[in-house]
Design a protein around this ligand. Sequence first.
Ligand SMILES: Nc1nc2c(c(=O)[nH]1)N[C@H]1C(S)=C(S)[C@@H](COP(=O)(O)OP(=O)(O)OC[C@H]3O[C@@H](n4cnc5c(N)ncnc54)[C@H](O)[C@@H]3O)O[C@H]1N2
Ligand code: MOO
Length: 394
Amino acid sequence: MVNPLLSLDEARRRLLAGAGTLGTERLPLDDALGRVLAEEVAAYRAQPPSALSAMDGYAIRKADLPGPFKLVGEAPAGAPYEGALSQGETVRIFTGGVVPASADKVVVQEIVREEDGQATLTEEPSEASFIRPAGLDFGQGDAVLKPGTLLTPAALALAAAANHAELCVTTKPRIAIVSSGDELVPPGGEPQPAEIIDAASYGIAAFIRQWGGEVTRRLHLRDDLAAVTEAARRLADEADLIVTIGGASVGAKDLLRAAFQEAGAEERFAGIDVRPGKPFWHARAGRTLIAGLPGNPASAMVTARLLVAPLIGTLTGRGSHVFTESMRAPLAAALPPPGMRTTWHRAAMAEGELHIDPHGDSALLTPLAAASCLVCQPGDTPLAEGTLAEALPL
Ligand SMILES: Nc1nc2c(c(=O)[nH]1)N[C@H]1C(S)=C(S)[C@@H](COP(=O)(O)OP(=O)(O)OC[C@H]3O[C@@H](n4cnc5c(N)ncnc54)[C@H](O)[C@@H]3O)O[C@H]1N2
Ligand code: MOO
């Protein structure tokens, strides 16, 4: 009897079971882009640290309006006017300058005439105070970034403003990529007609880096059980995750599953209700996780997106959810039921609608490269034009 195919949800559950972060390290901000925070960042100081002017102009007391005002000093950014404003006084202030004590408004310079130490308003000022109070962005001690946050450019700027020069981030998972098959050759050479370029491993390596993993090893293995078994033993000692490509199906040369088991790995499941990508399998060798992608390039890329991405999300501490959340958008055209497995169509978004690639062939890379998301369609369900379909960004 043929093994029943696991649903994607159940496959994810089993793949993620027991997986977690792998360690932490401290990094200077300039090296932390794309890493994941391991600890909360509490602000070491408030921002702004004092009330600051939002404009170039004159600091005054509202009660003294409409003036005129006696000019008593200057407050450029970084050099505050020491002292408080008395009745009828003003201080020339610049954007970012500390607002003097007792001032409660800045009048923009465009409506002030300055002459002989006196400032006179030429028109009525707007209601805006043009003062940013101390702590407007965040207060001292505020938790400005939470553990699990992806360090984007904005998050790094925020950490710097909170006076952190280094951050504690999670260790990147060490990931080995293994492609397999006698027919595969690297790009850039002079391939024979029967040879195939090892395209999938480049896509998978790029995906892994994009999702926060570190590709620590790339291997191409020939269809030789002893050699694959030997490599499987070696890799299990040096990688947190091994991603294999190909050799997953039922052909006589589809050796990978057998080789990893021979090397001591325990297979957790094989076969999922996903098209393209049915032969996906998962095993564990001690603490090392193995994700077995099918060899057809689109199958490899789609199953990596559906299963390896959430796993890397868990290993880096971001959480799997960031890679499983989908959006909904209307279909540009009707889809008849695919009549078999749950299908993840390659789709491009144009003018707010999802355009599904009609060639569902799992060997094709052109439609995948043109796609921006994957659209899910259960095997027995037709979808009418305009249906709000589930779309997972690629
Ligand atoms: N009798 C059956 N045959 C197949 C079944 C099945 O259920 N019964 N499943 C099919 C499905 S679905 C898929 S998907 C493929 C996947 O098979 P494998 O994972 O064993 O992949 P390979 O046989 O090694 O290769 C398939 C295809 O992809 C090319 N390939 C492999 N690796 C790469 C790579 N790194 N870059 C580019 N292209 C690659 C390889 O040359 C083959 O053409 O099995 C079906 N068969
Ligand atoms: O699952 Mo296979 O990926 O349909 O060709």
